[in-house]
Design a protein around this ligand. Sequence first.
Ligand SMILES: [Fe+2]
Length: 134
Amino acid sequence: MARADIEWTDEFLIGIAELDHEHRALVRDINRLHRALRAHGDRERIQETLGEILARLQAHFALEETFMKDNDYPDYAEHKAEHEALLDTFTGYMVRFEQEPGAGAGAAIEDIVDNWIVDHIVTHDRKMSLMVKG
Ligand SMILES: [Fe+2]
């Protein structure tokens, strides 16, 4: 059984309006993926949603990285490495889903988007916001 939607809570807010706005959009995309998997949506629709999440992640991480540089964020390298690891893992799962689009691959993707991405927002992104905003 595929997972339930992520419920957005104010705990996800990091206090930087434009990044909070994008995090909300990202959670909406992730929930679209959950819905497609729950409905046993066709493979193409799921792959399209995965592609949209990947595109959003790439654009969003680029924005965050520019923000960190502009603000001379001291942990820039560590945070950027975390983004790269996340993208690598996500694309790895996308490839796996393309090759064997079964429930196992779907569940693995849901696991990473629910746990890793949300964890990234509430730990790394929040820490960055606290340090930059002082
Ligand atoms: Fe980040």
